[in-house]
Design a protein around this ligand. Structure first.
Ligand code: FRU
Length: 461
């Protein structure tokens, strides 16, 4: 029809009027998963699912930022734009690989056709000499490379790494009529791939797996499950992320699992990916199927703070990485007040008995975390703008998320705060939530009862 927009460049132009201080977001518009995280040529590169022309998900591009310190990020030009035969309707999530003096991206080409079963998801390759502009090579793992019985409409998010003499790639998949699977492929040159095996050989709890991530050095697998039924209330989000400690047996192509758990206990964390070459991951600091109040500021979606990962006692531990300076120590008997909207707070307590913190408060609005019967309980019901999801359990409706407390003799709580988020860490566990408080909500109120305790505030450099 004459006059109808021909492609997304005719969408409205968006202006961003507010943004997080140090969490990655798009220059304007919508973002979701982190992609292609890599430490390359002395800098951290992060790509992300990006729709620059709207604050809603749409034809996915790959946005691109770089950083020297993981805190101060600079925008680079969009790395991948959809529209070629192999990625007609989107360049979905994937990996970056340093090889042969070049930077390679392996990603999913999304071809919508008439939707549903007619969708095709194929794995594509792109190459760059300068780490900024990319040349596409088209499909390298296509529909015909799927083993029999797997659905070509749900086949996405390749994660690639090098081990011994080959590249290895895991891809989220699904059996026709079945639930999520992870398929393993191998290649000598990134172009020709051979199917090895189905990592677990059975269906996942979630209807579909997304964004599998594997770290050979530490031996962990991360993956997200869509529409995963809650298990004993441990994860209440409709979609959630797991870690599994274990190793891929390259001879059989099966994953030998030792233990498993939940990556984040909060409302907002999805699609975590580990940097190639560094045991640090970043996730999407949002969740599908919720409203995003920052749309009116011209952006929707952020990435989590980078988190250092390690495995101890069969468990995945994470610690935030933020480049801060100017540490302020405040002391008090049991009650303390401060002012902070962005930075990092650390509270160390010996023999903790009671803990209650209100963050981003102005009297009316606040985000609260308390210790109740050995659990951290976050309440964002009064944090500011209302965020609603599709979850119907009482905690979700009341704005509550819970995380086990270590109850060790020494307890260290670290809270990373930015304009629109709080990420809480204790004993290697994490609980993340977006919050959209009013601008004047900069107060902090803390009550601690312990044998002794200290509070530190680190401001951004
Ligand atoms: C996960 C996901 C991926 C897909 C991408 C599309 O959040 O659904 O499976 O590649 O987002 O934007």
């Amino acid at each position: 029809m004459v006059g109808e927009p021909k492609n997304e460049r005719f969408y409205m132009t968006i202006t961003k009027i507010k943004e997080p201080a140090f969490h990655i977001t798009g220059e304007t518009g919508w973002i979701n998963d982190p992609n292609g995280l890599i430490y390359y040529n002395g800098q951290y590169h992060a790509f992300f699912q990006y729709h620059p022309f709207d604050t809603k998900w749409g034809p996915m591009h790959w946005g691109h930022v770089v950083s020297d310190d993981l805190t101060d990020w600079k925008y680079l030009p969009i790395a991948l734009t959809p529209g070629d035969d192999c990625d007609k309707n989107g360049c979905f999530s994937g990996t970056a690989i340093a090889h042969d003096g070049k930077l390679w991206l392996m990603y999913t080409g999304f071809i919508e056709n008439q939707g549903g079963d007619t969708i095709r998801q194929v794995q594509c390759l792109a190459e760059s000499n300068d780490g900024v502009t990319f040349k596409k090579h088209g499909i390298v793992i296509g529909e015909n490379d799927l083993p029999d019985g797997y659905a070509p409409c749900d086949f996405r998010d390749p994660k690639v790494w090098f081990h011994k003499d080959s590249f290895w790639c895991i891809i989220a998949a699904r059996k026709i009529e079945g639930r999520g699977r992870i398929l393993l492929y191998r290649s000598k040159d990134l172009f020709k791939w051979e199917y090895v095996n189905d990592l677990f050989g059975k269906d996942s709890a979630g209807a579909m797996i997304e964004c599998p991530d594997y770290n050979e050095e530490y031996g962990y697998l991360l993956f997200c499950e869509q529409f995963q039924p809650s298990e004993n209330g441990e994860h209440l989000n409709i979609h959630s992320c797991r870690w599994c400690i274990g190793k891929i047996d390259y001879a059989t192509g099966l994953f030998k699992e030792d233990t498993r758990g939940i990556v984040d206990y909060g409302f907002d964390m999805y699609a975590p990916q580990t940097f190639a070459g560094k045991p640090i991951f970043i996730g999407w600091l949002n969740m599908w199927d919720r409203n995003v109040p920052s749309e009116k500021y011209g952006f929707a979606g952020m990435l989590t703070v980078p988190r250092k990962l390690f495995v101890k006692n069969g468990r995945l531990y994470q610690e935030p990485v933020v480049n801060c300076s100017k540490v302020h120590k405040l002391t008090a008997d049991d009650k303390l007040t401060d002012r902070i909207t962005k930075g990092v707070i650390t509270i160390k307590a010996t023999k903790l008995e009671q803990f209650a913190i209100k963050m981003r408060c102005n009297g009316v609005h606040y985000t609260q975390m308390t210790l109740q019967d050995g659990q951290w309980v976050l309440d964002r019901s009064k944090s500011g703008e209302v965020i609603t999801g599709v979850e119907k359990d009482p905690d979700s409706i009341n704005g509550i998320r819970r995380m086990p407390c270590s109850m060790e003799k020494e307890v260290t709580v670290t809270i990373v705060m930015d304009e629109f988020s709080v990420e809480i860490f204790e004993d290697g566990r994490a609980l993340s939530a977006t919050v959209y408080p009013p601008e004047d909500a900069d107060g902090l109120e803390l009550i601690v009862k312990a044998e002794n305790w200290q509070y530190e505030r680190a401001d951004l450099s």
